[in-house]
Design a protein around this ligand. Sequence first.
Ligand SMILES: *Cc1c(COP(=O)(O)O)cnc(C)c1O
Length: 347
Amino acid sequence: MNLIDLRSDTVTKPTAAMWEAMRAAELGDDVLGDEPTVQALERKVAALLGKEATLFVPSGTLANQLAIRCATEPGDEILVHRDGHVIHYETGAPAAISGCMIQTLEGEGGIFDAEAVRRAIHPGDVHFPPVRMVIVENTHNRGGGTPWSLAAFTAVATESRRHNLHIHVDGARLFNACGALGYSGAEFATHADSVSVCFSKGLGCPVGSALCGTAALIKRARRFRKMLGGAMRQSGLLAGAAIYALDHNIIRLKDDHANARRLAAHIAKIQGLTIERAPELTPTNMVFFRVAPALGDAEAFCAAAERAGVRLIGMGPDRVRAVTHLDVSSAAIDQAADVLSQVAAAR
Ligand SMILES: *Cc1c(COP(=O)(O)O)cnc(C)c1O
């Protein structure tokens, strides 16, 4: 059976053209400082995001954790939305690697406001941990793939500057936000001290992420990358895929967004499933829906869907996520919706 895999946009396999770009990549040794393809990628990403320097890393988790390690000291506090990736999916790394406290912020869809930042700052008293950093996740994964508007981010950044916070953008899906709201990566990154981006999500690469910032920050991050075992050798093989992805796969993200709206419209018609947002309000490449109790819990529904040929991910007791990506066509979306409709009817 040909499974339609909507668990995540990380499941994509390299296309023939991407394999060709990988095969053609000139290779060196990045730890010894002469990996030409990695260096070309790092220059390209820095230019794309308007930052001085970039570091190629194996994962988005490492990019985020290097930013935290560079910007904080043990005992410092970081502001993160309560649904943040750094809190839910990075296995406690801010505590383990950087010795940091996290203070959670609230806000609809993973978006918080300047007032939330202002309230989170402690009085300048010896009792309190210094708040040193704020993390903005764009698009916000658990928030429903929500993109931050430039206005919302500017307001948060302005308030954060008042308190000398390091502003980090977890931009694993920054280019999805760009596609949805029409700003460029560099425009959004203007207000950030560091930005992480993933090549292994919607851009379709097998492996790889990057951290961008000032030359001084990236120099420090390079040391910590080595310390944590994330320095790689002939990594031009992977950087070649990333360069290909930046050149070819950013512009097609809007197809994934159209497919997500298409899927939401289908699911809206299925008895027992309730989409969290109307199809026209589905902002990027994620569709979240709730499973009625009569159909069982999210886990049981996902298991039944998988037996019928569609893979999804449960993200809560009754909450399910479907993600569109470059390995699912609009025809496959229609087929997946048929399957979900049959699964729901049979339960
Ligand atoms: C996927 C993701 C990351 C990084 O995940 P890795 O699997 O470590 O590459 C970081 N932030 C967000 C919001 C993500 O969705």
